[in-house]
Design a protein around this ligand. Sequence first.
Ligand SMILES: *Cc1c(COP(=O)(O)O)cnc(C)c1O
Length: 312
Amino acid sequence: VAARQALLAACPAAEDALVVNNGAAALVLATTALASGREVVVSRGELIEIGAGFRLPDLIASTGARLREVGTTNRTHLTDYADALGPDTGCVLKVHPSNFRVTGFTSGVSLPELRQMLSDNGIPLVVDLGSGLLEPDPLLPDEPDAATALSQGADVITGSGDKLLGGPQAGIVLGRAEIVARLARHPLARAVRADKLTLAALEATVCGGPAPVVQALHADPGMLRARAERIAGAVGAAVVPHDGRVGGGGAPGVPLPGWAVRLPEAVAARLRAGDPAVLPRVHDGACLLDLRCIPEADDERLLAAVRTALDG
Ligand SMILES: *Cc1c(COP(=O)(O)O)cnc(C)c1O
C-alpha cells in the first residue's frame, strides 16, 4: 500500500499503480490480462531482446496472446496499426527500444497519434517504457517517462524499478484505474507479486531523495573535474575529458560529459586485483578513472588504492 501511494504521489498522471517482480513480469501480466487468446498489435521495430537472451516477442507469445506484427524494422506507419485492428485485438503495445538505436530512414508512430486512432474504442494502449523513469529527465531527452506517456494517452505503462529509477528489481505498472484493476485481479498477478522487502525498498527509493543512480547521472562535471584533479595531482597524473554512459542497457549512446584520471594501462590490472578492488576503464592504451559512480566520501580510499597500484 505504501509503495503504491509513493508511486502515485510521484506520478500524479496515474490513477492507480501495481508492483510486481520485474519489468518482464509487468509486461507478461499486461498482455495476459488484456490479450490472452487474442492479438497484441506491435511494431516490428519494437520486437527486442532485453538481455541474457530474453526476447519480448517470446515473452508475449508465452502468455497465450498472439503477436500481430505491423510495419517493418525501420518504418511503421499509423495505417499499419489501423489495418491490423479488429475484433481479435486484445491491446496495442508500444515498446521503447531501450538498449539500441536505429538511425537513418526510420519512422514510428507517436503515442498521441495512436491514442487518437484508438479514440475510445475500448482497445487498451499499453506502453512498455523499459526504464521506469517517472518523469522527464532533461539529461536523457530520448528516454520516455511514465508521466508523459500517460498524459499522451497510454492506458497503462510498464517499467523496471532497477534501471533509471535506481531502486530494487521490480516491475511497475501505472495507469488508468480500470485497466490496472484488470491486471491486479488476474490470477497471474498473484504469481508475480512483489514481496514486502521489494515494496519497502521501492517506497524508500521513490520517497527518499535522489537514488545513487540519479545522483551519478546528475553529477556536476565541474565537481567531477575538481575531484579528479585532486587525485591526479597527488600522484602526478593527468586529467582528461571523459564521457560517461548510462549502464544496464539504458539510454544507448547518450554521452554524459565528465572527466577521468589518466594512468598507465598496466595499473588497471593491479587496481582490479587490489583491496578494495577498483574497476577502471581501459581505453586507448590508458587506464581511466571516472569518479562519476564513486561516492565522494570514498576519494581517500581510492587515492590510497591508486598509490598502491602505482607502487606495485
Ligand atoms: C529491461 C526491459 C524489460 C524487462 O525489465 P526487467 O525489470 O529487467 O524484467 C522489458 N521491456 C523493456 C523495453 C526493457 O528495456
